[in-house]
Ligand binder design. Structure first.
Ligand code: B12
Ligand code: SF4
Ligand code: SF4
Length: 426
């Protein structure tokens, strides 16, 4: 980018607001101001670079005070953040993107698709009444949320892309600061995504796009250069639909657009560390990790042709090959990595019963690089016990009975509960 006149302590465009009082301003005397046309060019180059990294949408929002901040405070006060203590721990930083990057002027918000095809079907055994609906059918298969199907943790695959983009921004705008984030920083990504024109926040709280549905991740880059902003997505396209609110198996929506995370299956199976409260266990059904119900019922995700998606994960390796590959892998290439369930498992499912056969070491080898590693063995066996307790049959009892003697109190309690549920159904 052609150099323009240096303006100490400012990377703003002419005519833009001075930094707010008390805000740390990036005091880099070598900083270059950019003209309007340079800023437009820079924005366009960033957009192109983002698309070539595989992001399917890229919008730009101004770094402004968070409109949702007062509601975030109410949300936490109401207990809806459950045990996600990081919200209150860094509350002040959510007020303004400067809490994430001092001197932030613009946010580049991007969408990255994940697998959106329908899960394969599993053989569902019929019960003694000839009933083959998914409840109480002695199945051992648990469902996993689509975002995990890629096999690798999305933070690990998206971070390097953000790093490359930040480096590119540094080349295009020398002296600027940029910080890439996905999930971990105190920023409400859906709020800024709406501001950057990527879509609207649906009644299920997720960011929806008319062309893409909602099966995509969001990622942001904050920069201390003022870039021309896109128009916010001002309208909601939910209309009178309430499908997500009606379908949620644990009634986790307090009202349209407000989620009580303490009831959400995604929270309970991924973020929650202890035993799952008993009243919520039946609602978990066969969800082993995460939950997609409020997205699956959404009309904006219904038409497969309209969904953004990645190509299906390949399942061309035996389970032992996969474990060897995972053990030897130093530089995972997400697009070619197989899913982390057995290659014989239908896409989107994991055999909950088989998880009880894994030693700590097997567990590590199989899940170390996957999003499921987050729960460690404790959480996965707890979740597996919930699934078997809800849908399992007599074949699950020996494994559950031995797991009820597990050294981990969460695993043992969950397994005892599951075996009681099954026995009650016999
Ligand atoms: C914490 C978290 C969770 C929590 C809480 C979810 C939630 N809805 O807040 C749990 C563990 C439950 C969760 C689950 C999931 N998550 Co999550 N999660 C996050 C995370 C890290 C922070 C979200 C956050 O800030 N929540 C705080 C609340 C306050 O935010 P809010 O819902 O926007 O709150 C607004 C409204 O509730 C409203 N409000 C609040 N109180 C009140 C009161 C009144 C009266 C009114 C009118 C309004 C109102 O105003 C608030 C502020 O704008 C984001 C990444 C990020 N940094 O943004 C990913 C993120 C939202 N998750 C994501 C995904 C994919 C999921 C799952 C689909 C995963 C799965 N399949 O299991 C589920 C979906 C569940 C759901 N319906 O939300 C994606 C969503 C992508 C998209 N297209 O939108 C994100 C953006 C991660 C990413 N980087 O891609 N997640
Ligand atoms: S992810 Fe599942 S449990 Fe959570 S709000 Fe959506 S439907 Fe309800
Ligand atoms: S299911 Fe209906 S109400 Fe819920 S997010 Fe989708 S369109 Fe909106």
């Amino acid at each position: 980018m052609p150099a323009s006149q240096p303006q100490p302590n400012s990377r703003s465009l002419p005519g833009s607001q001075p930094p707010l009082a008390g805000t740390p301003s990036p005091a880099d005397p070598a900083a270059k101001a950019v003209s309007v046309s340079e800023a437009s060019q820079l924005a366009e180059s960033i957009r192109q670079a983002a698309l070539s990294e595989g992001f399917i949408r890229c919008g730009i929002a101004p770094a402004i005070t968070s409109e949702g901040f007062p509601k975030l405070v109410k949300w936490i006060e109401a207990g809806y953040a459950a045990e996600m203590g990081y919200f209150s721990a860094r509350l002040d930083a959510y007020r303004h993107p400067r809490g994430v990057l001092p001197g932030a002027k613009s946010l580049i918000v991007m969408a990255m698709p994940y697998h959106a095809q329908d899960p394969q079907t599993v053989p569902v055994p019929v019960n003694e009444n000839g009933n083959s609906d998914n409840e109480h059918t002695n199945s051992t298969w648990g469902r996993v949320a689509r975002y995990t199907w890629q096999g690798t943790d999305y933070h690990d695959t998206i971070h390097p892309k953000l790093k490359r983009l930040c480096r590119r921004i540094g080349e295009l705008a020398p002296g600027s600061n940029a910080r890439g984030i996905i999930d971990t920083a105190p920023l409400m990504e859906r709020e800024v995504a709406q501001l950057a024109g990527l879509g609207w926040r649906g009644k299920n709280t997720l960011l929806l796009n008319r062309e893409l549905g909602s099966y995509f991740f969001l990622a942001c880059i904050l920069v201390d250069v003022e870039l021309p902003a896109d128009s916010p997505h001002a309208t909601s396209h939910c209309g009178s639909c309430t499908a997500c609110l009606d379908a949620c198996p644990t009634d986790a929506f307090v009202q349209a657009g407000v989620l009580d995370a303490s009831k959400c299956i995604s929270y309970l199976t991924i973020e929650h560390r202890d035993s799952i409260p008993e009243p919520l266990r039946p609602g978990i059904g066969n969800w082993l990790f995460g939950c997609d119900v409020c997205q699956e019922v959404c009309p904006w995700n219904r038409k497969p042709a309209r969904r953004a998606t990645l190509p299906p994960p390949t399942a061309d390796k035996s389970p032992s090959d996969q474990i060897d590959a995972l053990k030897n892998q130093t530089d995972p290439t997400p697009q070619t990595q197989t899913r982390d369930s057995d290659s014989t498992a239908p896409l989107g499912w994991i055999d909950a019963l088989a998880l009880f056969e894994l030693t700590e070491e097997d567990f590590r080898a199989r899940f170390r690089r996957s999003p499921m590693w987050r729960t460690r063995r404790r959480g996965m066996l707890r979740n597996a016990a919930m699934v078997l307790g809800n849908i399992g049959g007599a074949e699950s009892l020996p494994a559950l009975e031995s797991a009820s003697l597990d050294d981990d109190p969460v695993v043992s309690e969950s397994a005892s509960w599951a075996s009681q549920q099954i026995q009650r159904r016999q």
